[in-house]
Ligand binder design. Structure first.
Ligand code: DC
Length: 226
């Protein structure tokens, strides 16, 4: 590559559409897409299996026993705990809060951030998460803060669960989403917040295609200035 690789950071609360939009824009721009939440989810799943998602000492100790790796199979991200492919298992609803719990531990964040930077190095990349613009890629070519009302995000999550044949009551999904948002925005280590230089995109009244088009437009404008 003769030019410098570009990097696009997409942060925001759960269910705002970050991962599906980031995946689609990455495919259009021929860039790598890295879902950083999957890494916290894998570690959260490991601690859930040990029954210790709120035990900071056990969490820090486990960091050295567990090998979390990311592989790309036909462009799709797969995540492993040791040799076990946990790409599907990390999507179980109970893993969401476990991921949020372990992600509040500073040592976990340090380990994951280092891994994320290493994976992305030398590639055109779109990364989504909670701290990409503020911490992982502070010099990103473009930073987006993607959000939507909690009610709309819960509505979308309910639809997704129903499509998977796993319907959940709306009120329960909404409450869990609010609890996780609260925890992610109030932790001491790299809390979820918009970077000062991020462009906020509120997707509450936008369709998926409109959101992809808007992010692509912002990306091409930013890349053109590189
Ligand atoms: O994006 P997600 O919902 O799959 O992420 C699961 C949890 O992981 C989220 O509630 C907080 C944590 N997380 C984080 O702290 N930093 C990131 N960059 C990505 C996720």
């Amino acid at each position: 590559m003769s030019r410098k690789p570009f990097s696009i950071a997409i942060d925001g609360p759960a269910g705002a559409g970050k991962s599906s939009v980031a995946r689609a824009v990455a495919a259009e721009l021929n860039a790598m897409y890295l879902d950083t939440g999957a890494m916290y989810r894998a570690f959260g799943l490991h601690m859930l299996r040990k029954g210790a998602t709120n035990d900071a000492r056990a969490i820090v100790a486990a960091l050295d026993d567990v090998n979390i790796t990311v592989e790309f199979v036909d462009g799709a991200q797969h995540i492993f705990i040791g040799d076990e492919d946990v790409t599907e298992a990390i999507r179980e609803p109970e893993v969401s809060m476990a991921a949020s719990d372990v992600s509040a531990v500073p040592e976990v964040r340090e380990r994951m951030v280092a891994l994320q930077r290493k994976i992305a190095e030398g590639h055109d990349v779109i990364m989504d998460g909670r701290d990409i613009g503020t911490k992982v890629l502070p010099n990103a070519t473009l930073k987006i803060f993607m959000t939507a009302s909690a009610e709309e995000r819960a509505r979308r999550r309910c639809l997704e669960l129903a499509q998977k044949g796993r319907p959940e009551p709306y009120d329960k999904v909404l409450q869990e989403m609010k609890d996780r948002d609260y925890q992610d925005t109030h932790r001491a280590a790299s809390p979820l917040c918009a970077a000062e230089d991020a462009v906020t995109v509120d997707t509450s009244d936008m369709s998926f295609d409109e959101t992809v088009a808007e992010i692509k437009r912002l990306a091409l404008k930013a890349i053109g200035k590189c």
